[in-house]
Design a protein around this ligand. Structure first.
Ligand SMILES: [Ca+2]
Ligand SMILES: [Ca+2]
Ligand SMILES: [Ca+2]
Ligand SMILES: [Ca+2]
Length: 961
């Protein structure tokens, strides 16, 4: 599985300076008799013994007869010393003809590359030219060379400087399809095992490039001034290796620049150092990095490939064991990489890809860090700093030397760890006045000899090199001990001073640093760190405060004792008390010493002390809570029930249950009134702040083992119309702070019963009509009416007697067309039957009540008394009220007409007109009137020989919603 992390530099947060000195303390190397013009001081950097070597390939020494020979400066590790030009040449050396050839050293770029070990310094001069006469008046220029200076006590630099050049290879090397124009010396290195000089020549073979490995010999150097004294120098016999050894015609490889960057590391299972060589323009400008064994065997080559065209993959290389597993890891810079982030495109922002070596010597891509600045070229230089903070992991610097005018050029410091580089960087080095800051970076030297590795960063356009010293990193070990394993609850302010004593010991560990009088350590102990000031449970006796600050002289070991006490009536008895200690270190300034600092990861310490509990020898409380409930009443009657009482009983059959609480969630419409308990002395219940619907009651801290507590929660329904669900459900939870305690839940459910009593009564007008001409009403009517028509009005009154509102009432009304005899004659007696008219007695403007004609040909009027119940009773159906059904005539005031002579005219089939009326909420005590009107043709009525009968309308199906 490929583990791959992509990280942007912009994630940088909480940045601190660890552990290089900040910019105001940097030092700068000074050149002795510097040139006025741009010498590119700092183009390359290397460490040789107790000096820093600084390449200045365009430098011109004031008295040198060769223009711009280039200089390697030697800067001693001493703050007051100047950098001196290394005499990297033989006496009297000049651009002069010697025998058949001469060297042209003007503009040779000596110091374009540098490498050094204890015995040797090697400097590349990739534009050195050998002008060669072949004896037939033809002259050839063969550029490129590497100068090696043997550096020892007995030999002076001047005596031992030698030149390597590909002209040693053979006479034909002069051509540009061979080593001619090869830029030999573009990169140089000294391998430890085998001990050899490694030189790259990216210009050879039509800029296909290559790499050379040359044995270090004590004597018998071939003198470059006489390359043809031995026309066929036995370079192979002398152990000179090169790759590729010859030009092979693959035109696509031309111009790919093999050898642009060079590194050494161990990437296989032999002890020899492998060569890592970049080819930044291979594969259509995507770039590649080759790893080959020390014999430069083609079959040994492994390749890592770039991915983006033009990114310059391999422009920089760095071998470092990041995760301290003993296996070298590899960082590859691609400074021209275009970052695509969200919708932004950042050209030449650059990136660095980090490969980790597996135990099988595979390289896996582990992390990638991308630049953020357009043209910033993040990854231009990468270097192994060594372990600068002595945490056991090597650290790395990556530079971003370019940018816009107002942005500062930057070197980022990343710390190694067992998982790879720690991102974000632990330090960002910047100084806006330095141009091209970060062109070259060199670590792994101790400038001030304090045991901590320091850093040099060159600024190519400012002709300077900054020396940045690292501060000693101190790590402390804190040991806390106390007089008893747990905090006794009875150790209060009134108790004996010795009832709880805390001892703190601070040790300076694993460190070369010798504490001095100048260094002051301050520590602050904070008791009960996790609690707010008001809730603190533990205090210092001497100050009555929960914190203590103390300053002392840094020493290998210091110990202090403190007497502590617990607050009375501690609430949280289960959560241990966290003792937190923070350290700060300060040192009196001394210009000759770099002050130490604390490792930020080690500047605080936390420790938990449990509070005494009564939970057996393991001190872990395992409770066993159970809950049971009862309720009163069992049914909520709308409008009748006012109070609801919940009885909650909690038992604990396990060990103490700390901070046990009961939460009761009330249904909407129910309000909390009060709580009491016969078993809890000071019962504390209240509504939670965030919601007025949840009551929380403290059941005990602890709720002791084998106890039983009961709670009575009184609630009330003040506004039953706010009730939103049936039944009323009370959710009850019981929690405790004990570890692994489960939330205990119960539910109390109370069904709602609603009982509005609706009364329906009716009157008819006129009360009575008859065909008998002696009928007084008819006579009255006939005498007052100009027509033969008679208006019949039946009025029903629907009244709600309570005790609750009728939310919605549905009434069916049936209105006869009069007798079948008349219907058969196509002349129903009632005409102009209209929709019933509804009048609210209390609120005549109310208009939510509606009537419709009921269309159902198959409808059969059921008998009210035997009405079939619907199969499934809906919530609303349940509240069908008892309704008094009143066929109108039965309610008629009795006349002197004998009842037995009355025959009802029933409402049947087509003779019946049915209406359905919906009555909106009818509050208690309110009434509506429903009027049915029609016209009776009196003439027809007379012609129907109907003797005596009742005209009967019916109402039924009265449903309450
Ligand atoms: Ca090896
Ligand atoms: Ca490693
Ligand atoms: Ca480190
Ligand atoms: Ca140092």
């Amino acid at each position: 599985m490929l583990f791959f992390l992509l990280i942007f530099l912009s994630c940088i947060s909480s940045l601190y300076s660890f552990n290089y000195q900040t910019v105001e303390h940097w030092r700068y190397l000074r050149q002795d008799k510097p040139t006025q013009k741009a010498s590119y001081f700092g183009y390359s950097l290397a460490v040789h013994r107790s000096s820093l070597l600084v390449g200045a390939p365009r430098d011109h020494s004031p008295h040198d007869i060769i223009a711009r020979r280039g200089t390697v400066w030697k800067c001693e590790f001493h703050p007051d010393s100047y950098c001196q030009r290394l005499p990297f040449r033989r006496d009297g050396e000049a651009n002069v003809r010697v025998g058949t050839s001469f060297d042209n050293k003007t503009d040779q770029w000596l110091g374009a590359s540098l490498a050094a070990n204890d015995g040797n310094i090697i400097a590349g001069a990739p534009f050195l030219k050998h002008r060669i006469n072949d004896g037939h008046s033809l002259e050839y220029e063969i550029p490129g060379g590497a100068l090696i200076g043997k550096y020892g006590t007995s030999l002076s630099m001047k005596e031992s400087t030698q030149i390597f050049s590909p002209s040693f290879l053979n006479w034909h090397s002069r051509n540009y399809n061979q080593e001619g124009y090869g830029e030999f010396g573009f990169q140089v290195a000294l391998s430890r095992k085998p001990e050899r000089i490694i030189v790259t020549a990216p210009g050879s073979f039509y800029f296909r490039g290559g790499v050379h490995s040359i044995p270090i010999m004590d004597k018998n150097w071939v003198d470059t001034r006489h390359p043809f004294t031995s026309p066929h120098y036995k370079w192979r016999d002398a152990g000179w290796l090169r790759y590729p050894s010859n030009y092979s015609s693959n035109e696509y490889d031309d111009w790919c620049y093999r050898g642009y960057a060079l590194a050494l590391g161990n990437f296989n299972n032999d002890d020899n150092q492998e060569l890592i060589v970049s080819i930044p323009k291979l594969h259509n400008y995507r770039g590649a990095v080759e790893i080959m064994n020390s014999n430069l065997e083609e079959r040994s080559i492994r390749t890592l490939n770039g991915s983006q065209m033009g990114e310059y993959f391999g422009a920089s290389l760095c071998v470092v064991d990041i995760n301290n597993d003993g296996l070298d890891d590899l960082l590859v810079g691609a400074p021209l990489y275009t970052v695509k982030k969200d919708t932004r495109i950042i050209p030449d922002a650059g990136r660095v890809v980090i490969y980790h070596q597996t135990p099988e010597h595979k390289l896996i891509r582990k992390q990638t860090i991308e630049g953020t600045r357009e043209g910033g070229r993040f990854g231009h230089a990468i270097t192994n700093l060594g372990d600068i903070d002595k945490d056991g992991y090597n650290d790395v610097a990556i530079s971003m030397p370019f940018g816009h005018q107002n942005s500062s050029n930057t070197v980022y410091i990343y710390r190694g760890s067992k998982d790879g580089l720690i991102i974000p960087p632990t330090q960002i080095l910047q100084k806006p006045s330095l141009k091209g800051f970060g062109w070259a970076i060199q670590g792994q030297f101790d400038y001030d000899n304090n045991g901590y590795l320091d850093l040099a960063v060159s600024s190519i356009h400012s002709e300077t090199v900054a020396i940045i010293l690292s501060r000693p990193v101190l790590r402390l070990q804190t040991k806390l001990s106390h007089s008893s394993s747990t905090l006794p609850l009875n150790c209060t302010l009134r108790s004996d001073d010795a009832c709880f004593v805390l001892s703190i010991c601070i040790y300076l560990v694993n460190n070369n640093y010798k504490p001095s009088k100048r260094d002051t350590l301050t520590y602050e102990i904070q008791l009960d760190k996790d609690k707010d000031q008001a809730d603190k449970r533990l205090y210092f006796r001497e100050s009555y405060k929960p914190s203590k600050k103390r300053q002392l002289r840094l020493a290998d070991r210091v110990c202090h004792d403190y007497s502590l006490y617990m607050k009375d009536d501690v609430g949280d008895k289960l959560k241990p008390i966290r003792i937190h200690t923070e350290y700060t270190l300060s040192s009196k300034s001394d210009p000759n010493l770099v002050p130490p600092m604390l490792d930020p990861a080690n500047s605080s310490f936390s420790y938990n002390i449990p509070i005494q509990k009564d939970c057996g020898p393991d001190d872990i409380c395992i409770s066993n809570l159970d809950i049971s409930t009862t309720k009163s009443p069992n049914i909520y009657k709308v409008g009748l029930t006012k109070k609801i009482l919940l009885n909650i009983n909690v038992t604990n059959t396990g060990e103490n249950a700390y901070d046990t609480k009961c939460f009761i969630q009330l249904p909407t419409g129910v309000e909390y009134v009060s709580a009491n308990s016969s078993s809890i002395r000071n019962l504390y219940c209240n509504l939670m702040k965030q919601s007025d619907r949840i009551i929380v009651c403290q059941l005990g801290n602890p709720l002791l083992a084998n106890t039983n507590v009961s709670l009575q929660i009184h609630t009330a329904v003040n506004n039953y119309s706010a009730i939103q669900s049936d039944p009323l459900v009370f959710h009850i939870n019981v929690t405790s702070d004990n570890p692994d305690s489960k939330k205990l839940s119960a539910e109390i459910s109370i069904p709602i019963f609603s009982t509005p009593e609706l009364v329906l009564s009716g009157v008819a007008k006129p009360e009575q009509i008859g065909t008998d001409t002696s009928d007084s009403v008819l006579v009255r009517y006939a005498s007052s009416s100009k027509t033969n028509d008679l208006e019949i009005i039946h009025t029903y009154t629907l009244h709600n007697r309570g005790p609750s509102d009728a939310k919605r009432t549905e009434i069916k009304l049936m209105w006869p067309m009069l007798p079948s005899v008349a219907f058969e004659q196509q002349s129903p007696l009632l005409y102009g039957i209209d929709l019933p008219n509804i009048i609210r007695v209390s609120d005549p403007k109310a208009n939510k009540d509606r009537c419709h004609i009921y269309h159902s040909s198959s409808y059969k009027a059921p008998l009210i008394e035997n009405e079939a119940k619907p199969q499934q009773q809906s919530f609303l159906e349940k509240f069908r009220p008892p309704i008094t059904n009143n066929p109108i005539l039965q309610e008629l005031p009795t006349s002197n007409r004998p009842v037995e002579s009355s025959t009802p005219i029933f409402c049947h089939g087509p003779l019946c007109k049915t209406f359905i009326c919906y009555i909106d909420t009818l509050p208690i005590g309110h009434s509506v009137l429903i009027q049915l009107k029609a016209t009776l043709r009196y003439n027809q009525f007379q012609s129907v020989r109907l003797r005596t009968g009742d005209m009967k309308s019916e109402s039924f199906e009265c449903l309450f919603y």
